[in-house]
Design a protein around this ligand. Sequence first.
Ligand SMILES: Nc1nc2c(c(=O)[nH]1)N[C@H]1C(S)=C(S)[C@@H](COP(=O)(O)OP(=O)(O)OC[C@H]3O[C@@H](n4cnc5c(=O)[nH]c(N)nc54)[C@H](O)[C@@H]3O)O[C@H]1N2
Ligand SMILES: Nc1nc2c(c(=O)[nH]1)N[C@H]1C(S)=C(S)[C@@H](COP(=O)(O)OP(=O)(O)OC[C@H]3O[C@@H](n4cnc5c(=O)[nH]c(N)nc54)[C@H](O)[C@@H]3O)O[C@H]1N2
Ligand code: SF4
Ligand SMILES: [Mo]
Length: 697
Amino acid sequence: MNALAPQRVARSVCPHDCPSACALDVDVLDARTIGRVRGAKDDPYTAGVICEKVARYAERIHHPHRLTQPLRCIGKKGEGRFEPISWDAALDEIARRFLEIEATDGPEAIWPYFYAGTMGHVQRDGIERLRNARGYALQYDTICTGTAWPGYIAGTGLLTGPNPEEIADADVVVIWGTNAVVTQVNVMTHAIRARKERGAKIVAIDIYRTSTMEQADMALLVRPGTDGALALAVMHVLLRDGLADRAYLAKQTDFSPAFEAHVMGRTPEWAAETTGLTVAEIEAFAHLVGRNPKSFFRLGYGFTRQRNGATAMHAALSVPTLIGAWQHKGGGAFHSNSGAWKLDKSLITGPQLKQGNARELDMSEIGKVLTGDVAALRGGGPVKALFIQNTNPVNVAPDQELTRAGFAREDLFCVVHEQFLTDTARYADIVLPATMFLEHNDYYTRGGHNRILFGPKIVEAPGEARSNFAVVNELLQRLGTVDDPALGLTDREMVEETWRRSGLGELDAIEAKGFVTRGPAEDDAHFRKGFAWPDGKFRFAPDWDGVARKKGYNWVCDPAEMPRFADHWDVTERVDATTPFRLATSPARAFLNSSFAETAGSRKRHPAPNLLIHPDDAAALGVVEGAEVTVGNHRGEVRLKAQVFDGMHRGVVIAEGIHPNAAHSGGKGINTLIGSDPVRPFGGVGFHDAAVWVTAS
Ligand SMILES: Nc1nc2c(c(=O)[nH]1)N[C@H]1C(S)=C(S)[C@@H](COP(=O)(O)OP(=O)(O)OC[C@H]3O[C@@H](n4cnc5c(=O)[nH]c(N)nc54)[C@H](O)[C@@H]3O)O[C@H]1N2
Ligand SMILES: Nc1nc2c(c(=O)[nH]1)N[C@H]1C(S)=C(S)[C@@H](COP(=O)(O)OP(=O)(O)OC[C@H]3O[C@@H](n4cnc5c(=O)[nH]c(N)nc54)[C@H](O)[C@@H]3O)O[C@H]1N2
Ligand code: SF4
Ligand SMILES: [Mo]
């Protein structure tokens, strides 16, 4: 790397899809080059700690494979053969094709599709302006949060919770269904502080022995999709042994004799059989939190990526409520602060430009949508064009065979704006080169915290890369949209004006410090004045319809199917004689979803897609360490290398990380095995919930 001394150190924010949104100190070597990246020491949440992949960001931003010019496809779809073209030629062609499709098939035949490749609000959400101004098809946003958020809101009524820095004040930290060491390292910083400074106990709950489980004082290894059973049995023990806070329950919750009877029917013996834990483990956990109501439950996404994920989240959230943990500083539950920002983003997303009600297509069902599934198309005609920013669906979306078949359609006009030639970009008619976060201006909210941070442009972009914001504006102008006030602004002015409208203050004044604190006051974060339901009470008996109304969720099942109370809902994908294993596709430390698969350091850590398999299962199948195995189900087959590991229950296999499809021999990625059937009640994906067979290949 560059041996130059830094010219200056610039403050920035990590833009990746991670709840931590770390404050960064970046060594700037010259106008185009960065050196080391460190976690900001003076940011109390980041506290000087970031993950290894972002510390090595120079590898990603200065990668020789970065896209630097617009490209036009000159081969068959997916072949990856392109020729460079000018920006004018690219944008003119996109505008011409979009206007043609608008005229012949109607605007709803065009689907702008995005996710959170960058979490910056200006660069991520500006695509909504294009959608609104042109009346294009809407995106039902389910792929990540579709199961977790409704489950949390079902209890509290609002997606917020105590400031995660309070973890340091807790007596017990419960890290439930999140591999924090890997996916949001800062949770560990604060949990370990609590252990060091006040002797707090750390509990981790996962389906395999992750690095987080290894750091825990109590590691509860459950079978996939059984967290609801654990939660119910813990509540049973708490009520049985007089450890519930009955005064709190009467005042702040809908606790009822019917709910108590229901919980008393869910015994630790029953839960032991379901979860694979012992009765003693369940009782020890219940007693630990019951005797220490200053327990902080950090509830992750992982355990909600099951077909019962929404109900599992609600059940887990019910445990701290039963002991009145919310009352204490350092107690309660936290999942995300996304319900707490209350920003005026109208300049970014352009709701005032909206005309009529376009159909809303489920992003997780992209394979079905593109292959003409009538239900997934919501009764409308085929999708004829895609405009994609910030996501790599050919790699990350479920039902990969269908997704690929859709992208391979020669009659689909596909535009992908990307930093690298991803699995998805390979299927594009036009590829546009995108800037990275240090090359444009944006602001970031911290899902795992209560800060809003500014990330300025600090280096020039390579070649001809342009930001998402710039591309959306240029496209709108060519499409003939004139009445959008954002068209005349720079990305910095967008940040400035959005902060002003949201009452955050003047960017010029805030810039030196780099952040604004905006999150609920402590009393509100702990729901001390009541939960966000009309009667102010936490709901052990969820009103799912109320949740749907709050967030604009669509039902994907008959409401009558939902369990009445917090419960274990036995609806995960069935294992049987043909598909006897349960597969989870947990995250890899040095990847971030599909990102970083291209950098040398990350590839070194994860050289090949592996399948963790129990030694007894491996022996029964005649599989040895390092051997290639085929993992399959009715959706397709994927090849991985066996890694024999005794850290999970028999019958469970884990494929860590979303490797590029081509990293698998045979070229089929892990999402070939994952279903796109929407998870009840409101959609989402069972990424860790697939029944599979495994054979030595
Ligand atoms: N098997 C399996 N599949 C999963 C998951 C799993 O656990 N297992 N997790 C799911 C979850 S939770 C999520 S959130 C999704 C995420 O899936 P993706 O949204 O695809 O994930 P990312 O890798 O974060 O980002 C995608 C792309 O955004 C690009 N990008 C970054 N910044 C910019 C920018 O400023 N402009 C443009 N134009 N592009 C940019 C990156 O280069 C990257 O290729 O994957 C889901 N898929
Ligand atoms: N290094 C790294 N960091 C990331 C990501 C990444 O891919 N890599 N992805 C980012 C994104 S988009 C997101 S949404 C977050 C997600 O981060 P998390 O909230 O941590 O969720 P997951 O990564 O999906 O899974 C977390 C853990 O849940 C476990 N799990 C799976 N099923 C069950 C179950 O039924 N019960 C229990 N108790 N545990 C279960 C998995 O084995 C895994 O260890 O992380 C972000 N951070
Ligand atoms: S990926 Fe997450 S942990 Fe790593 S620097 Fe970014 S925000 Fe921090
Ligand atoms: Mo995610």
